[in-house]
Design a protein around this ligand. Structure first.
Ligand code: DGT
Ligand code: CA
Ligand code: CA
Length: 573
């Protein structure tokens, strides 16, 4: 599949064009890059069977890009891309990951100081050569240094969104092997942590060497660190490592328990075993020399006097105490989610029409979808003003009617994602907000406010009787941006007082974080899990939001989109 490679190249070209200051073209490249990311058919196959013309069926592909794809498929290169890289020999991708650096600034840094990569950037920023540049200043220099620190901290860890699909694909392939009797994900990926260091997979097999041979030769394996009879370790093309362990049947459950971790959780389970005169290891639970459990994970827990503990809870953050007291939460599940209320349509530059988004949601078994396009303050290609929102409400009514006639038990809700301005007001008038089924509001600008001001700003938005949901309430983005300064206790208090719902954003924001979810739950503040999709295929990242909620101990009653539409509407102001 060349789709992912091409998608990556087109994203990069778009970045270069941004830096050159070309208008419109970057958008076109990004659009194609996004469609390729989600396109099911192989570009190479499409081209082979129908030539350049056939490539037009990929959304966003016009003549220029079709020819570029052809060139890449034939020669492995795109001349235009090579020229751009030569003209601006800068690691744009890397530099863009630094919070507070955009294309314009990257260009200036290169032209004025010769900054080509992160290392160069750190050097000039530490030498205070950045602040005197036009448009930079001391604050920007400080932000750049902070951004660099952030990147270092997360180095070598990967977003769960990028890992899980690859790991699942490999597990599927291994499953098809007749020598594989049982297989499971373990480690942090099974616990669904936000970021993953390496992927751990466990297999039961009587023929380990056959399994290992197959594993290290899998498509996508770039390097073999070790190949042995019980453990092999490889580096994948995407840059992360994968460990495979093969076990005898009798130890599968205890190995699963051990290698799922976390380490802190295991330390306590082992201690509990010892207190009962037992020994717990990856090989089993032993009484003297006799194995009393090990085959199944649930029996391992049972043998040491505990109920099964969901992997997402295994962090020694109180789950053992809760288990002993019979007070484990009954965690929310993906299958309980009935709809998604943070979705963008092509009205604000998203990829799909309202109807396409709705059809996809229906296919997923949802009962409703909410359209929440960006509003006018946000300077993106398109964003909606009052007039367009009113028009969109009518359009949604029409589509809903069509669904009714077809007897679909499905409903589209009209919403929007307004911007909370610096003073806590929003950029759409109350008369129009009132007409929507619900309103999401989020902070998208002026992220560096003082804590007191930022808290007051969001509190004021929550007091707005039309605002139902606060999107990504703390502003963090995994591996890219820390949360803004905000007093979360006050936010919770105000949310409770004003019955405002807090979002658990399933995208790479993963905001709320797990410990905030736990606090919201204790305070009785309701939450909603949303994907923030800009493309119909992104609707399926819901599972990462659910995983986040589960790590935050959330139960179905805490999450309003586990409710059918009639109940859901009751939560809105
Ligand atoms: P990661 O890979 O950094 O995202 O996190 P994990 O949790 O997957 O850690 P990893 O891959 O080093 O080890 C997998 C599991 O194996 C870990 O969660 C618990 C278990 N484990 C590894 N080393 C130790 C250890 O020294 N003591 C104990 N009790 N358990 C360990
Ligand atoms: Ca791991
Ligand atoms: Ca590992």
């Amino acid at each position: 599949m060349k789709n992912q490679e091409l998608s990556k190249i087109f994203f990069e070209i778009a970045n270069y064009l941004d830096i050159e200051g070309v208008s419109f073209k970057p958008f076109a490249y990004r659009k194609v890059a996004m469609s390729l990311e989600n396109f099911k058919d192989d570009v190479g196959e499409i081209y082979r069977s129908g030539g350049v013309k056939a490539l037009y069926k990929i959304p966003g592909v016009g003549k220029g890009i079709a020819l570029a794809i052809e060139e890449y498929l034939k020669s492995g290169k795109i001349r235009h891309f090579q020229e751009l890289k030569k003209k601006l020999p800068v690691k744009v991708d890397d530099l863009l990951r630094v919070e507070s650096l955009g294309p314009k600034k990257i260009k200036i840094l290169y032209q004025e100081l010769g900054v080509k990569n992160l290392k160069d950037l750190e050097k000039v920023a530490k030498a205070h050569k950045v602040s005197p540049l036009f448009g930079f200043g001391e604050k920007t220099e400080k932000n750049i240094l902070q951004g660099l620190e952030f990147l270092k901290r997360d180095k070598g860890r990967f977003l769960i969104h990028d890992i899980l699909p690859v790991a699942r694909d490999i597990i599927e392939k291994l499953k098809n092997l007749k020598e594989v009797d049982e297989i499971s994900l373990a480690g942090s990926a099974r616990r669904r942590k936000e970021t993953i260091g390496d992927v751990d997979i466990l297999v039961v097999s009587k023929k380990p060497s056959k399994v290992m041979d197959f594993f290290v030769r899998l498509n996508g394996v770039e390097k073999i660190w070790a190949q042995g009879g019980t453990k092999s370790s490889v580096r994948m093309r995407e840059g992360f490592d994968m460990d495979l362990r093969v076990l005898p049947k009798e130890s599968y459950g205890s190995a699963l328990q051990y290698f799922t971790g976390s380490k802190d959780h295991n330390i306590v389970t082992r201690k509990i075993a010892l207190e009962k005169g037992l020994k717990l290891s990856e090989y089993g639970v032993f009484k003297g020399k006799k194995q009393i459990a090990g085959r199944a994970e649930v029996d391992v827990y049972k043998a040491i006097g505990l109920p099964f503990i969901e992997p997402e809870l295994r962090e020694n953050e109180g789950e053992i105490e809760a288990a002993l007291a019979g007070k484990l939460p009954k965690l929310v599940e993906l299958s309980q989610i009935k709809g998604d209320l943070h979705c963008h349509s092509n009205w604000d530059g998203g990829e799909n029409s309202i109807e396409e988004m709705a059809n996809e949601a229906m296919k997923m078994g949802y009962e409703y979808i909410g359209i929440s396009d960006h509003t006018k303050f946000l300077k993106i290609e398109k964003s909606l003003d009052e007039k367009q929102l009113l028009k969109q409400i009518e359009e949604i009514k029409k589509i809903n009617k069509k669904f009714q006639i077809s007897n679909f038990k499905f409903q589209i809700l009209s919403g929007c994602e307004t911007n909370i301005l610096a003073d806590g007001s929003v950029d759409i008038s109350d008369e129009v907000l009132e007409k929507l089924d619900y309103v999401i509001a989020g902070v998208h600008s002026m992220l560096k406010m003082e804590k007191k001001e930022m808290t007051a700003r969001i509190e004021k938005a929550m007091r707005n009787k039309n605002i139902d949901i606060i999107a990504h309430p703390t502003g963090r983005i995994v591996g890219q941006r820390d949360e803004y300064q905000v007093d979360f206790d006050k936010i919770l208090k105000m949310a409770k007082e004003t019955k405002t719902i807090l979002e658990i954003n399933a995208s790479s924001r993963l905001d709320l974080r797990d410990f905030y979810i736990r606090r919201a739950k204790v305070e009785g503040v309701k939450m909603i899990i949303n994907t923030d999709s800009h493309h119909k295929h992104q609707l399926n990242i819901m599972e990462y939001g659910v995983a986040q909620a589960r790590r935050g101990w959330a139960e179905p009653a805490d999450i309003i989109n586990t409710q059918p539409v009639a109940e859901l509407l009751k939560y809105f102001k």
